[in-house]
Design a binder for this molecule. Structure first.
Ligand code: COA
Length: 196
């Protein structure tokens, strides 16, 4: 793990207060989260699960993620309420290549816990981590049906970079439109007004 991530992660676990007054704990995914993390995906309705790139109902997929945690590549930040994982936002990075300055964010909140500001809180943390990592941009990918998510990312400052008709296939090999959204990150120096 790079020194910068190690430093950044020191602020977790972190408690956030949601719109309904309930508290959620945010922290990076741990090796021991396998069962709980799997439960989060099992709680996502089948039609929505089709939007997820990986076969997340398969415990083997989740086990592999938990056993091979590499925060420099994939940094899953989970949200817990009452000890249960109810949401996740992950920062994906490519270490090298022409997208090395671009992070990708994905987010998922259990249906019972939506509309309380959990995704907003998770993404805000992810953006801060991305800035801390020195990334310059963050992108997010969607299929056309993910209207709520596209709307939410737009409200968080992301803009649509491109949209391709019938470009991707879900787990059942049904094609969908593909939408790429992006956000330019301001560096800490720019915030401080030193960046010129
Ligand atoms: C998209 C998703 C993550 C939102 O989670 P959430 O915790 O309910 O979102 P929040 O409560 O933090 O909402 C953040 C903002 O988005 C808006 N928003 C959330 N869901 C919305 C919806 N269904 N329709 C319109 N706006 C919506 C809210 O109004 C809120 O704005 P506000 O804070 O100004 O009120 C959740 O619905 C989900 O997991 N969807 C399935 C997975 C997905 O599509 N992920 C994105 C792919 S990367």
């Amino acid at each position: 793990m790079s020194y910068s991530i190690e430093l950044e992660l020191q602020k977790f676990p972190k408690t956030v207060v949601l719109k309904d007054g309930k508290k959620a704990t945010l922290r990076p995914l741990q090796k021991t989260d396998e069962k709980d993390f799997h439960q989060l995906f099992l709680g996502i309705p089948e039609p929505e699960r089709m939007f997820i790139k990986h076969r997340v109902t398969d415990i083997k997929v989740i086990r592999d993620w938990c056993q091979n945690i590499d925060y420099g590549r994939n940094l899953p930040l989970v949200a817990l309420i009452g000890g249960k994982i109810v949401g996740d936002a992950t920062l994906h990075q490519q270490l090298g290549g022409w997208k090395r300055h671009i992070g990708r964010v994905s987010v998922l909140v259990h249906p019972e816990f939506r509309g309380r500001g959990l995704a907003r809180a998770l993404i805000a943390e992810i953006l801060e981590l991305a800035r801390g990592e020195g990334l310059e941009k963050v992108e997010a990918e969607f299929i056309g049906e993910q209207k709520a998510a596209v709307h939410m990312f737009a409200m968080l400052g992301f803009s649509q970079l491109l949209s391709l008709e019938n470009y991707v296939k879900d787990m059942q090999a049904i094609t969908h439109d593909y939408i790429l959204m992006g956000l330019e990150l301001k560096t800490d120096e720019e915030y401080a007004g030193v960046g010129g």
